[in-house]
Design a protein around this ligand. Sequence first.
Ligand code: BGC
Length: 729
Amino acid sequence: MDDPDESTDGTDRVAALLEALTRAEKLRLVRGRDDPAGTATGYLPGVERLDVPAYRLVDGPLGVRAEGERATAFPASIAVAATFDPDLARAKGAAMAREARALGQDCLLAPGTNLIRVPHCGRNFEYYAEEPTLASRTVAAAVAGIQSADVVATVKHYVANNQEADRVRVSAEVDERTLRELYLRPFRAAVDAGVGSVMTAYNRVNGTYMSDHERLVGEVLKGEWGFDGYVVSDWYGTESAVGAATAGLDLEMPGVSPEGVDEDDAWDPGDLDGEAADVFAGLPDATKAGLFGDPLREAIETGAVPPERLDDMVRRVLGQMGRIGLLDGEGDGRDRRDEGALDAPEHRDLAERIAARGTVLLENDGVLPLSADADVAVIGPNVDEAKLGGGGSSETTPFQSTSPAAGVTARADGEVTVARGVPRVPELSLFDVLPFVGDDEGDEDGGDDGDRGDESGPEPSLDGAAAAAREADVAVVFVRDRTTEAKDRDDLRLPGEQDALVEAVAAANDRTVVVVYSGGPVELPWREDVAAILEAWYPGQADGDAVASVLYGDRDPSGRLPVTFAPEDRYPTADERRYPGVDGRARYAEGLFVGYRHFDAAGVAPTYPFGHGLSYAAFAYRDAEVVDGRTVRATVENVSERAGREVVQAYVRPPESPAVERPPRELAGFATVDLDAGERRTVDVDLDERALGRYDPDEGWTVDPGTYAVELGRSSRDQRLAVEVDVGD
Ligand code: BGC
């Protein structure tokens, strides 16, 4: 055997370690434990005698969530996708990874890339898009960014974890073509980008738990796609020892039951109701943890799991540790700290830039951008706190944050008055809803030095808000939803009395602007009564600064919707058999017709279509041409008097085919372009390699002969030019 200390190639080092490790030591490398330092979300103890250091895994994807530590709270993933700019996903990934290292962590439990199938899903904010082309390009860039800083990325949750309702039991009943053309694609893109780890989802797919899914994990992910990293379970999401090991699961997390939980009463939902009961239904059973401990050891001893499978698990885990330099014999990941990364000015700037770039201008009758000297009434139940994110494992505690009120006040030259109008919308977090978890989750006061909710001052009243609006030149109302991991939204309305607030303010001032913070689509019943609407998602710590920069036109609102906005009953999942499911089964009977594919095929007009987003500038398109089969080119001109950024979107319309039904239009590619007033540029849009294809259950990916149209335009419903691509027999 080679001396492990002398091997220079990572593969040799891993091979040598596999020879040297005892079975007990190998088993220590496939099952998580508690981090003795108390900061990591998941922990592997390492093997000291062979210089294998500990390995620490930590949550994302909005920022680094190391227990008791602070980190940059970046905008939510859906905001990143709304920029239609994968470079920003890459930059955010790299910044999070640098902060992870600063906190002594080796692996980020990010990015998440489940498709937004259900508008109610409590984790839509952690995901990218309702469709695979945007999600794939964004996730690939995020993975590349994270791993560029020598941190292992974990793409999650594989696969069809599209709802939080009953997530630990529900079976997604989905046909092969739909899986291939929609839900698997972003995961494939992450694998092609070299992702080091894939996390299995809690749910079942076609009856089998994902941790045990031999076909999707062993055959598709590892076999067909050649994934060579490790597959990790979601936390307490390993269903069996033999089944999971055989299917291809490599690492059980966290592998131990939570300490201090009295099983007799703590996990009994009997006394929970309302939100807490819903959240409870979304929690895994932690008491079954430890399957990759004694049960796996026994399974190997009895021959139920071959020892080579254990070697393969260990090889995969060590392979990733080696790739980020942990096996170089230089000790623990804690020695790789890059302290300067925490709260670095460039990370603050990046957080603000992404938040602003992802903000979508849904409506504007000309009231925006605001003039600096306007007197502004800043109104909303939570205007004194930044909207950092949603609840659950992605919650990040920043060093500083800016509330909407502070952001507008800092930017405005005119007078600013602040009114809450209606009672505060409380945050919703799985950690707070359940009485037995999260007693030590963060500081009660939020932990950062930024703006926080303050209940002092006069009781909020609609009359007070209307009076403030009446006195001002412009009223800006900030409204928000509340979402968390482990629970879906009950409906798509804004919670509390916020709709009444917007209506009262709009009645008092016809220059009313609404800024919406939401994790996904929301209903905006007053939308025709207001002068402008901005969708700012969950902007993170830079909230007030970013939104003010868009309100005042320092930045063009160049975000576009990565998800269709429509009334609740128009979505294809508005049937309880499809969502939340009946008898533990959610039937994906809409097949490919999710998001805009559904609205286009059914001829149903959405409120705001996928890809929609206005600009303060105006753009003209001309001279489209096909450069080659994979690139379409057009000239885009800024025909306004101010600089702006356009997102050029290309959609493919397939040839008519009597034999195979296809969506009328599918996003094939996109490009962003900055244009000064009057400037004109040639823009190349690279089409996705799957742009013309469809998945045939017998033939695999197939491109049918015929004439395809590639439409170029501003959204899925605003096409400006079209070219044809012929595919011969
Ligand atoms: C979530 C994962 C997360 C893990 C660890 C689970 O509840 O589904 O996304 O990474 O917890 O916190």
